[in-house]
Design a protein around this ligand. Structure first.
Ligand code: C5P
Length: 465
């Protein structure tokens, strides 16, 4: 059958198909083909007359990843990692160490893998059914995330006292570690010795990243790599040729975070932007194969792997860095740039003097980075995207901003305090383009980033405007 036309698909379903296709880096036609293929391989092929039953076409077996979750605060991110790996068509099984069960439950991991979760070495039911040797043998790749200092030490020394370490000792599959621990534990000579041993043994590693630790006030090298970064590492090791790389060859420039506008050498004006949304977009763009330049204001978010990060402080620094980073195919302005800076910033610390008047701060307008880039006569990126964080009349203001700033898309979101979006982990976005408004469901900032990247890929591939 050369072609198939399906009529009477309603607009909502079409939109769902477009987003799904974009998420997988496929054309809508290819996506529908994939859905049909999957659905068809679920049904029995009718026997052909006279020749006995025909075997149903066998779907290509999914690659199998065994995820071992160690006991650390980063274990909660492993649940997202399972989702990211499943999105890539991988079959995921999960082992939780005893310590991991202090952070997440077999129930939650099982709900996401859709499989039984394994915890015990000496569980008679498992040993007769899926024992540790079978778990080790039936994996194309074993991912340990988070890999704690304890797990790494046990692995480096060949200990096998529980299910996780027994499987790690019994496997011949490639192992990928995503270490996560306190920076001092990471830098400890014993951990570094174990790491060197594990690398010499052929174990691959990803991260840790630098950034804020779970313990308040702690920073440094020790945060587990983000789930999307680990998923990209998994793709690379398993050579998932089908893995979506819809932005391969595209250069994407992103601004993120607040700006700091100096009052004097020690004081500044800032805002509540955390940078989380911009950083999530950078990670999603890199995972989609783009060459990503992230111009970042001062934030406490770990630097993503595989992304070029340029740190800046003020709006004027940010504009200069953005102009240096051009040309780009797409520019996304997620930074919360201060609209004003202090015109008469002190060269020295302004002194508080008894009886003296309070300092008079004169404000002057900052350059509008988005508008400057969107109005460039030459070297304007093909797709310029801005954000409109509003506390009232969200859509009307966003539409006005689209026109005024000269950008192609505006991502409008309500940041009134009741929404908890500013600095929070979730976001509700409406995409405003010249052709209309798309309301995206409330979702995590990571999912909002993935939706945006999928939507950009669809636009660049000519499927949507
Ligand atoms: O005008 P408003 O600040 O609401 O516009 C928000 C959008 O414009 C965001 O995309 C932000 O990154 C961008 N912007 C900018 N430079 C400024 C002010 C805003 O790039 N000085």
């Amino acid at each position: 059958m050369a072609s198939l036309t399906v009529r009477q698909i309603d607009e909502a379903l079409k939109q769902q198909l477009r987003l799904r296709a974009a998420r997988h880096g496929r054309s809508v036609e290819d996506e529908v083909r994939t859905i049909l293929r999957e659905a068809a391989s679920d049904t029995e092929t009718p026997p052909s007359p006279g020749s006995g039953p025909m075997p149903a076409a066998k779907p290509v077996a999914a690659k199998r990843v065994l995820l071992i979750v160690g006991g650390g605060i980063a274990a909660y991110k492993s649940l997202d990692l399972i989702r990211r790996m499943k999105e890539r068509g991988l079959a995921v099984r999960c082992i939780l160490t005893k310590a991991a069960e202090e952070f997440i439950t077999p129930l939650s991991a099982g709900a996401i893998t859709g499989e039984r979760v394994f915890t015990d070495l000496f569980d008679p039911a498992h040993e007769f059914d899926v024992g540790h040797i079978r778990l080790a043998r039936e994996a194309d790749l074993i991912v340990v995330a988070p890999a704690t200092a304890d797990l790494m030490a046990k692995m480096a020394n060949g200990l096998a006292g529980d299910l996780a370490t027994a499987v790690l000792l019994a496997t011949t599959a490639q192992i990928l570690l995503a270490p996560a621990m306190n920076p001092r534990m990471w830098m400890n000579k014993a951990t570094q010795r174990n790491l060197a041993q594990l690398i010499a043994d052929g174990v691959a590693t990803i991260g840790p990243n630098e950034g804020e630790m779970a313990e308040s006030g702690e920073r440094g090298l020790g945060r587990m790599a983000e789930p999307l970064e680990i998923a990209a590492g998994v793709e690379k090791i398993l050579k998932l040729h089908g893995a979506p790389r819809p932005l391969k060859g595209k250069r994407i420039l992103i601004t993120a975070g607040p700006t700091h506008e100096p009052i004097d050498p020690v004081r500044y004006i800032a805002n509540r932007s955390s940078g989380k949304q911009g950083y999530a977009i950078a990670i999603a763009a890199a995972a989609a194969g783009a060459d990503v330049i992230l111009v970042s204001g001062p934030v406490n978010v770990p630097k993503p792997q595989g992304v070029t990060v340029i740190d800046v402080e003020s709006a004027r620094d940010m504009l200069a860095a953005v102009e240096r980073a051009l040309p780009a195919d797409v520019a996304i302005f997620a930074a919360a740039v201060a609209d004003w800076r202090v015109a008469n910033a002190g060269a020295q610390k302004i002194k508080k003097q008894a009886g003296a008047a309070t300092p008079d701060l004169a404000l002057t307008e900052n350059p509008d980075i988005l508008s400057t880039v969107a109005h460039r006569a030459t070297g304007r990126p093909g797709l310029v995207i801005g954000f409109a964080a509003e506390t009232e009349n969200v859509l009307a203001n966003a539409k006005a901003k689209l026109a005024k700033k000269g950008c192609d898309w505006i991502l409008a979101n309500d940041v009134s305090p009741a929404t908890g979006i500013m600095g929070g982990d979730r976001n509700t976005i409406q995409l405003v383009t010249a052709s209309g408004v798309e309301a995206w469901p409330p979702q995590s900032k990571e999912d909002a980033a993935a939706t945006l990247i999928a939507r950009i890929a669809a636009a660049l591939n000519g499927e949507q405007n």
